[in-house]
Each structure stands twice: as structure tokens, then as C-alpha cells.
Design a protein around this ligand. Structure first.
Ligand code: ADP
Length: 160
């Protein structure tokens, strides 16, 4: 049984994330989408909101589970018995940071391998930050996130 973890902030989840989830679910027996509960980051959505959004969008993918975690990824990976970390690579700008993190994790836990999936061309510009910024100025985000997510993001900026 090969269990892989796909960690991230997912604030909010985008078509880019969903593409990585779908593609990696074909490569491993089980994918755990690990939503990072990072208290130092000022998140738009609460951890429960983020977990629930991804659960709803992946409900038809039987080998995809969604969970949240705090602290070190290596500790969480050990805890859930995951041997692979999935990360998405969009552009060269992602590379240096991702390489460092992967190497640190590998030193900490040598049996944990990080695997990078290159982004699909049509999502290479897409990040949660872009979505939040666009939405904060009243932009149309329906090209970036699933239809169910659009009103949830818009609602956040209405009350702010
Ligand atoms: P972001 O806020 O930049 O979207 P996350 O922490 O939520 O970042 O990202 C989690 C993982 O998903 C990272 O490995 C990131 O590189 C990857 N990812 C994010 N957006 C995309 C995309 N458009 N295509 C492929 N991978 C992506």
C-alpha cells in the first residue's frame, strides 16, 4: 500500500491543486491531502473550511482523503505512514524553495521521498495568492477555482 501526502495551504483550493490531486491519485494507492494549519499565516479560510471544500470536491475520488496537520511534515508523514510527498512545480521560481524543503525532509526522514509533478500548462500561472488578490479587487475568479468555491471566496471579501 503506497500512501502519498500532498501538503499545502490550499487557501483556497484551485484548479491547479485539483489537477495535481487527480493526477497523483492515479499513481498511488492513497493520497492524503494535508491542509497545513499554519497559525503564523493570516489565512482567508479557516482550517475546517479548507478541509471541507477539498472533501466536497474530491468526494468522487475514492482513494483521496483530506486531513489537516500542524507542525513538521516529516512528523505527520510518519504518523500517517506516508512514504511519498507530492509537490507541484509551476515555474523555476518554485524550484529553489522546493528543492531545499525536499532535501531537509529527506535528511530528517530518509525513507520519505518527494515527487514533483509539473503543472499543466494552463494552470502554470495559478496560485491561491493570485485568486485572493483577484477576488479582493472584485475580479472574476471562475477560471481559477471550481464553481462551488467562487461564492465562498467572494463572500469573504464582502464581509472584510
Ligand atoms: P499556493 O498558495 O502557492 O497555491 P499551496 O501551499 O496551497 O500554494 O500549494 C500546495 C502545493 O500545490 C505546492 O506544491 C504548489 O507548488 C502546488 N501548486 C499550487 N498551485 C499549483 C498549480 N497551479 N499547478 C501545480 N501545482 C500547484
Amino acid at each position: 500500500m503506497k500512501r502519498a501526502i500532498y501538503p499545502g495551504s490550499f487557501d483556497p483550493v484551485t484548479f491547479g491543486h485539483l489537477d495535481i490531486i487527480k493526477r497523483s491519485s492515479r499513481l498511488f494507492d492513497e493520497i492524503v491531502v494535508g491542509v497545513l494549519n499554519n497559525s503564523s499565516k493570516n489565512a482567508l479560510f479557516s482550517i475546517d473550511e479548507r478541509v471541507n471544500m477539498i472533501k466536497e470536491l474530491t468526494k468522487d475520488m475514492p482513494n483521496v482523503k483530506v486531513d489537516s496537520f500542524e507542525g513538521l511534515l516529516v512528523d505527520y508523514a510518519k504518523q500517517i505512514d506516508a512514504t511519498v510527498v507530492i509537490r507541484g512545480l509551476r515555474a523555476v521560481t518554485d524550484f529553489e524553495y522546493e528543492l531545499q524543503i525536499a532535501q531537509v525532509n529527506h535528511v530528517e526522514l530518509p525513507e520519505l521521498e518527494t515527487i514533483f509533478l509539473t503543472t499543466s500548462l494552463n494552470y502554470s500561472y495559478l496560485s491561491s495568492t493570485v485568486v485572493r488578490e483577484f477576488a479582493s479587487y472584485g475580479g472574476d475568479i471562475s477560471r481559477f477555482v471550481p464553481a462551488e468555491i467562487v461564492p465562498l471566496v467572494e463572500e469573504k471579501y464582502k464581509v472584510k
